[in-house]
Ligand binder design. Structure first.
Ligand code: OOB
Length: 545
């Protein structure tokens, strides 16, 4: 097992194996098995590519040989930053099979995040797109490489050159004697990103055993079969489209994955019609845009059976519009990359589907709802959600100090979500108690942005909070105490962007103040700051209305 990854205590591991959750199967083996059973069925469609399970399996083996020839070995970390392209699936399964660990970056990440992932994980390689969405990933890779001496290889999906290796150069026929032995199912399979609330993003180690359990159970809950067609709209590396049931759940079922190049309904709705898509997943702001587009009735969406919405709270009002407009069931998904995923079930009464965020996957997901002292609240009352179970991590990658705060001594993960549990065991998300902004599903850690703002010479202090937003649910507002003459808001935003921070983390608004309100113990009162900006926004709306 990789160092710096706290695992489950042996008594829990034994229990999860006995219960049949952990079955000793790896993702590499899963694909091999499906390639045998569903050889000629289409596994994945994206751009010009349409690969059957047999073809995918073979192409993965070629990349295993190529990565191995490059010197990539089991437990080596490889930062993967690719959009929704077929090569993503090939690369990730090749690394799984080899036992090397993909570190899942998002296409929106820039120098600050990527540099950190590469240096913190001591990554051996970084896999990027060529140009995508108007951004030059080669250029980013060159910068990161110059800053991170341990990074040995840059692999680009496109032509090689300038020190980068073209992915196609890694497609070599496996050496006789077969591929090197793969990882054990109990090994860490990859490092996923935490939404986070700290200065730097935390990395989440997930094993083949635990992740495959959540994937298999998710596929069952969503009733996937070999006839299922999953449209991947969200960035494929995110936990939701990857495993809930997502791309991996669809492969588990022997179904077909269709990768959408962009999340807009102009791309997605025609794909639903063309590929006869049965299930897809979006975040709440996208759901609104999709519903508006679908209402125009320009596309045949009759194949769609499940419309999943998650990543942020979906309003009941919007939820009620899904069935009438799309003619299929809504499924609310409340999950986290650290583990726990809740689903409304497909046959739940409509009231449950539109008013709750679902119930846990597993009978062995332990849920506790507590107050600030750690005492359990009365049934049905709101409180902090703690959880422990067969696919929820016991600690982050190389972050022992943070783990001591993020987990209870008996191993429950402190989600930072405020929930109440209904009489039937469904969770309703009512708030949050973590220093994070949920920008329509994109998570922004306040402290990370504050640190970048503090690097500006004219910033004395900074506090980033959420402000309500009709479309995204929340946006970010930075309160800044200037040092001397305040810079303009535009200048500060440009400054943060130039430091290489992903665009979704750049504060949507900047407010200058002379001092921060304080709590009784002298800490910055973010509650008051949130209130101040919310009041200001609502009075602006009132005035204009
Ligand atoms: C998913 O994962 P992450 O790791 O990006 O974010 C987790 C956090 C949760 O702790 C919660 O604060 C929020 O995102 N969240 C929701 C939600 N789904 C996630 N808040 C309210 N309602 C929901 N339905 O976002 C994620 C991972 C797997 C499946 C689905 C979402």
């Amino acid at each position: 097992m990789l160092d710096g990854c706290p695992g489950w205590p042996e008594e829990f591991a034994a229990r999860y194996r006995t219960a049949g959750y952990w079955r000793g199967e790896t993702f590499g083996e899963l694909l091999r098995d499906r390639a045998r059973r569903h050889a000629d069925r289409v596994a994945v469609v994206g751009g010009p590519h349409r690969l059957t399970y047999r073809e995918l399996d073979r192409r993965v083996d070629q990349l295993v040989a190529g990565f191995h020839a490059l010197g990539i070995r089991p437990t080596d970390r490889v930062v993967v930053q690719l959009p929704n392209v077929v090569e993503y699936v090939e690369v990730v399964f090749a690394l799984f099979r080899l036992g090397a660990l993909p570190v899942f970056a998002l296409p929106a990440h820039r120098r600050s995040e990527i540099g950190y992932f590469c240096s913190f994980t001591e990554a051996a390689a970084y896999v990027v797109a060529d140009r995508h969405g108007g951004f030059d990933y080669r250029g980013l890779a060159a910068q990161v490489r110059a800053e991170v001496p341990t990074l040995r290889h840059v692999v680009v999906v496109g032509p090689g050159g300038d020190g980068a290796i073209g992915l196609d150069e890694l497609r070599v026929d496996p050496a006789p004697g077969g591929p090197p032995p793969g990882p054990a199912a109990s090994d860490v399979a990859f490092l996923q990103l935490s939404g986070g609330s700290t200065g730097v993003p935390k990395l989440i180690p997930r094993t083949h055993d635990d992740y495959l359990y959540s994937v298999r159970a998710s596929a069952e809950i969503c009733q996937l079969t070999p006839d299922s067609v999953y449209l991947c709209v969200l960035p494929v590396a995110h936990n939701f489209p990857m495993s809930s049931p997502g791309v991996l759940g669809t492969f588990h079922a022997g179904g077909r994955v269709v990768l959408a190049e962009a999340p807009s309904p102009d791309v997605g709705l025609p794909l639903i019609e063309r590929e006869r898509v049965t299930i897809t997943a979006v975040v709440p702001p996208l759901a609104l845009v999709w519903l508006a587009a679908a209402e125009r009735g320009e596309h045949d969406l009759s194949s769609l059976r499940v419309f999943q919405v998650g990543g942020a709270k979906f309003s009941e009002q919007a939820a009620r519009r899904v069935r009438p407009i799309l003619g299929c069931t809504l499924q609310q998904v409340f999950g986290m990359a650290e583990g726990l995923v809740n689903y409304t079930r497909l046959d739940d009464p409509e009231e449950v589907i539109v008013t709750t965020q679902g119930r846990p996957i597993s009978p062995d997901d332990e849920i506790r709802v507590v107050d600030q002292t750690g005492a359990e609240v009365a049934p049905g009352q709101p409180g902090l959600l703690l959880t422990r179970g067969p696919y929820t991590i016991r600690g982050y990658y190389r972050a022992a100090e943070h783990d001591a705060r993020a987990f209870t001594p008996d191993g429950f993960y402190r989600t930072g979500d405020v929930v109440r549990v209904t009489g039937d065991g469904y969770l309703v998300v009512v708030g949050r108690d973590k220093d994070q902004i949920n920008r329509g599903g994109d998570k922004v850690a306040a402290e990370e942005v504050e640190n970048h703002l503090l690097a500006h010479p004219a910033v004395h202090d900074a506090a980033v909070v959420s402000m309500p937003d009709a479309f995204l649910g929340e946006r970010s507002c930075a309160f800044v105490v200037p040092r001397g003459t305040p810079p303009s808001a535009a200048e500060l935003r440009a400054f943060v962007r130039q430091r290489g921070l992903a665009a979704y983390k750049v504060p949507d608004r900047v407010e200058f103040v002379s001092a921060f309100p304080q709590t009784g113990v002298g800490k910055v009162s973010k509650k008051e700051l949130r209130q101040a900006i919310a009041d200001q926004l609502s009075s602006t709306v009132d005035n204009s209305g």
